[in-house]
Write a protein that binds this ligand. Structure first.
Ligand code: HEC
Ligand code: HEC
Length: 340
């Protein structure tokens, strides 16, 4: 007999596979033009086209400039590009007064998420920036103060004046940052090479891991370009990880904090699994150190299955093939060379 919970999950999985088959049918022509396997539920990361290089360059300067939190923080302090695009901390702890109380997600490939933030509170990258600016634990500032601050930096101000008729404004600040965020994508993961037709790009064991990922139903939630980042799901369908951990915080309530609806309690944006091997620790609370442990917990909480050690290892080998390249270098190579 199926429990109600099991039925609900099967329905979700079924709806997921239905949506996928529709997508692959309408994408049929793409196989011919793009040359990658269109019948797979995972799609390769492609570079964003038509980026305004000059605006992206200004965006990069803004991303790295410490004009946030009383000139103590930059975006890059919490989103370290040489380290997976996150901060390697459980919950954010850059600067003593800055404790966001939730794990910092990577900025890499954020442009491909359907919403931003764990709770999906930001519909767009622009809304996300407006939230960081005002969040007392992150930007801790206001638009007037921030713009005044930027105006005091001649090189930034000069770039704004050159690129935008109205110079330093809230809208232009977001525009330049977003243009830069479009460059923060990581194509050419070994798994994407495989999807694009290179059958030898991943090993037999890694293929077996992908097969299990699909067979167990991980793919009903983690799918698409970001292998996540395109739907909301409750964390703890079969087993209440959060209650078991204890000390429930505001952040644990996830999407309910946005909608106020009871059914959104403990619901989160399904995170992207792109580059997941280099973005430990895991989950919105950052309490899980290893990928293997995260996979075990996913089986238990989301699928009602106790995965055995062998399957966990195979799935983890598959997930490690999702590490992509930034500026032509694999993110794990960048991490290693920076550590030396
Ligand atoms: C003090 C550390 C900190 C700083 C500074 C910071 N962030 Fe973040 N960022 C976070 C945390 C923590 C989250 C997750 C918050 C949440 O989900 O509620 C986040 C989330 C994001 C996301 C959403 C990613 C996703 O998958 O949902 C993007 C995009 C982002 N930040 C970009 C930026 C940009 C651009 C800046 C600079 C303007 C910036 N961040 C500054 C810590 C920081
Ligand atoms: C019913 C939907 C669902 C299914 C099925 C599912 N996941 Fe998840 N997954 C989520 C959600 C939601 C989260 C975020 C939980 C949180 O941190 O609040 C998540 C988080 C993760 C994370 C941590 C990512 C990070 O950056 O912190 C990993 C790894 C992961 N899942 C792998 C898997 C694997 C492997 C399977 C199959 C065994 C699986 N998931 C099945 C919804 C699902």
């Amino acid at each position: 007999m199926l429990t109600n919970k099991a039925r609900r999950v099967l329905l979700v999985a079924f709806a997921g596979s239905l949506a996928l088959s529709v997508a692959s049918a309408s994408d049929k022509d793409k196989v011919l033009t793009d040359g990658y396997a269109s019948n797979e539920p995972v799609r390769p990361v492609l570079p964003v086209e038509n980026i305004h290089t000059e605006k992206a360059r200004l965006g990069k300067a803004l991303f790295n400039d410490r004009h946030l939190a009383g000139n103590k923080l930059s975006c890059a302090d919490c989103h370290q590009l040489n380290s997976g695009g996150d901060d390697n901390a459980a919950t954010n702890n850059q600067g003593q007064d800055n404790r966001a109380g939730i794990n910092t997600p990577t900025v890499f490939n954020a442009v491909y998420n359907f919403r931003q933030l764990w709770s999906g509170a930001a519909d767009t990258l622009a809304e996300q920036i407006a939230m960081v600016v005002h969040n007392p634990n992150e930007g801790a500032t206001s638009w007037p103060a921030l713009l005044q601050n930027i105006n005091k930096r001649p090189s930034l101000r000069e770039q704004f004046d050159r690129l935008y008729a109205d110079g330093v404004t809230e809208k232009n600040y977001m525009d330049a940052l977003i243009e830069y965020e479009k460059t923060l994508v990581t194509p050419n993961a070994r798994f994407d090479q495989y999807l694009s037709g290179d059958n030898d790009a991943i090993t037999a064991e890694e293929k077996a891991g992908y097969h299990l990922f699909k067979e167990y139903g991980c793919v009903s939630c983690h799918q698409g370009v970001n292998i996540g980042g395109n739907l909301f799901q409750k964390f703890g369908i079969f087993y209440d990880y959060i209650a078991d951990r204890g000390n429930i915080t505001r952040a644990d309530h996830g999407r309910k904090n946005v909608t106020g609806r009871e059914q959104d309690d403990f619901v989160f944006k399904v995170p992207s699994l792109r580059n997941v091997a280099v973005t430990a620790p895991y989950f919105h609370d950052g309490q899980i150190e290893t990928l293997e442990e995260a996979i075990y917990i996913m089986g238990k909480t989301q699928l009602g299955r106790e995965l055995n050690a062998k399957d966990i290892e195979l799935i983890s080998l598959f997930l490690r093939t999702l590490t992509g390249q930034y500026q032509g270098r694999f993110l794990d190579d960048i991490k290693l060379s920076e550590a030396k």
